[in-house]
Design a protein around this ligand. Structure first.
Ligand code: GDP
Ligand code: GDP
Length: 436
């Protein structure tokens, strides 16, 4: 399981610059295939062989000119709740501002590792200016220049040193599917879980200090055995019904990372909105299986909106990853709960499937021969061989003489063909072209 690191601080101190530096190298690898970087505020980073997830809390309130102190405060509180370590960024050019003091006051009480980072220390002169930040009462600080990258190495050494040990998640020991139920506040997540499980175990249990724990609870319902991932962020009802994208993301990161298939519950009366999209992207980015459950379907006038129209609208929002099951359910009337579970299990199986290399070549090579990649600069791309990689999530590699000439539209074409031939419904897949 990954540690989650939250970057907090007031606007313009350089959080996103630093965040981008942290995730840069990995992102280039991860997103070179899909070609889309969706959520620019969440990513994975790695240092000294330790992988962790990073969330730039500031990224979610960018754009608004006057950010209220209350808003920063709530973000910091949520970060404290949900993250394993917090990086607090301040700006040496500006010195300590009242808002910095405010944030520091919250962070001084925290039991989790907090690292104070003085940014924009671009030259030796500014090292001296950084002294004043001792006044924040957070102890030692690290000086960096997010812009040039100087100082970030030592900071990261420290960070991975203070990150708590996370329990290893072993795929082999636990072969049961791991599901999580995610969605915006009020979508009906707890109602759905209660309807499915038939116990009121998901209501308010405010257990302090258990944020890190993701608890798998084993269930057997309708003949299906599965684990439901229960994280503190989901277990605990939001004290305030926050309706910002940030809260949904922050609260679901750990559960999504920890599961195999995400059941994304959306509120039929509201449609598929920004928050739903962020959670969807989060799951996609983590290459998790996804099932979309349009809940409260009992409330929708079927004359004005048919399931088909509704589904079409959602799929437009999912582009380009549209091969996702969408079900219309009601936690209240218990409509299609069995179907929801069945579909989640199917997606789990789809995600696990292994295609034999000979069958794969037999199917794909004729398709490629009939529609080869377009020639570029008079050169022809020849694909001779392909295979599925032995990775936990479906990845396929196609060996070509000139892989760099294969562009995104052709990759999408291949992906579509692959999805026509095999059932990868609800499963993000990766396609690579490599030199033979
Ligand atoms: P955020 O609002 O905290 O995410 O801040 P940004 O990352 O958007 O940065 C705010 C401004 O500070 C931008 O103009 C950056 O170019 C600048 N900035 C970020 N890091 C540094 C740095 O290390 N040195 C200097 N001189 N400027 C920086
Ligand atoms: P959560 O915040 O996502 O866990 O949402 P809740 O399960 O607490 O549900 C929010 C509100 O929506 C509650 O008042 C529920 O009774 C109501 N609700 C949940 N599911 C349904 C449904 O399928 N139909 C109707 N009509 N109401 C629902």
């Amino acid at each position: 399981m990954n540690n989650i690191v939250a970057i907090v601080g007031r606007p313009n101190v350089g959080k996103s610059t630093f965040f981008n530096r942290l995730i840069q190298r990995r992102e280039a690898i991860v997103d070179s295939v899909s070609g889309v970087t969706r959520d620019r505020n969440y990513g994975k980073s790695e240092w000294n062989g330790k992988e962790f997830s990073v969330i730039d809390t500031g990224g979610y309130i960018k754009g608004s000119d006057d950010i209220f102190e209350g808003e920063i405060r709530r973000q910091v509180e949520l970060a404290i709740d949900e993250a394993d370590a917090i990086i607090f960024v301040v700006d040496v050019e500006e010195g300590i501002t009242p808002m910095d003091d405010e944030v520091a006051k919250l962070l001084r009480k925290v039991k989790k590792p907090v690292i104070l980072v003085v940014n924009k220390v671009d030259n030796a002169m500014r090292e001296k200016d950084a002294f004043e930040f001792y006044n924040l009462g957070l102890g030692d600080y690290y000086t960096i220049s997010g812009m040039s990258g100087s100082g970030t190495g030592e900071l990261l050494d420290k960070l991975v040193e203070v990150l708590p040990e996370m329990p290893e998640v072993t795929e082999e020991v636990e072969p049961l599917p791991r599901f999580c139920v995610v969605g915006r506040p009020n979508a009906g997540k707890s109602s759905f879980i209660n309807a499915l499980i038939g116990e009121d175990r998901f209501v308010v249990t405010d257990i302090a200090g258990t944020t890190r724990d993701a608890i798998d609870t084993k269930y057997n319902r309708f003949g299906f055995e599965f684990n439901l991932v229960d994280t503190a962020g989901i277990r605990r009802k939001a004290k305030v019904k926050e309706d910002l994208e940030f809260y949904s993301v922050m609260r679901s990161v750990r559960a999504i990372e920890h599961s195999d298939v995400c059941l994304l519950v959306i509120d039929a009366t509201r449609g598929f909105e920004g928050q739903d999209q962020s959670i969807f992207w989060l799951a996609e980015k983590n290459r998790k299986g996804i099932v979309i459950l349009v809940n409260k379907w009992d409330l929708v006038e079927k004359d004005t909106m048919s399931a088909r129209d509704y589904e079409r609208k959602i799929r437009e929002e999912l582009q380009p990853f549209t091969d996702v099951p969408i079900l219309f359910i009601s936690a209240l009337t218990k409509q299609r709960l069995l179907k929801a579970l069945e579909t989640a299990v199917e997606v789990f199986e789809n995600r696990k499937q292994r295609i034999s290399t000979s069958k794969f070549n037999e199917l794909m090579l004729p398709i490629i021969e009939a529609t080869p990649p377009p020639a570029l600069k008079g050169k022809y791309v020849k694909i001779k061989y392909c295979m599925q990689l032995p990775t936990p999530t479906p990845q396929f590699v196609f060996f070509a003489n000139l892989p760099q000439y294969v562009k995104d539209p052709y990759k999408r074409f291949i992906e579509n063909k692959l999805r026509e031939q095999y059932n990868f419904s609800g499963v993000p897949i990766d396609i690579y072209f490599r030199q033979k």
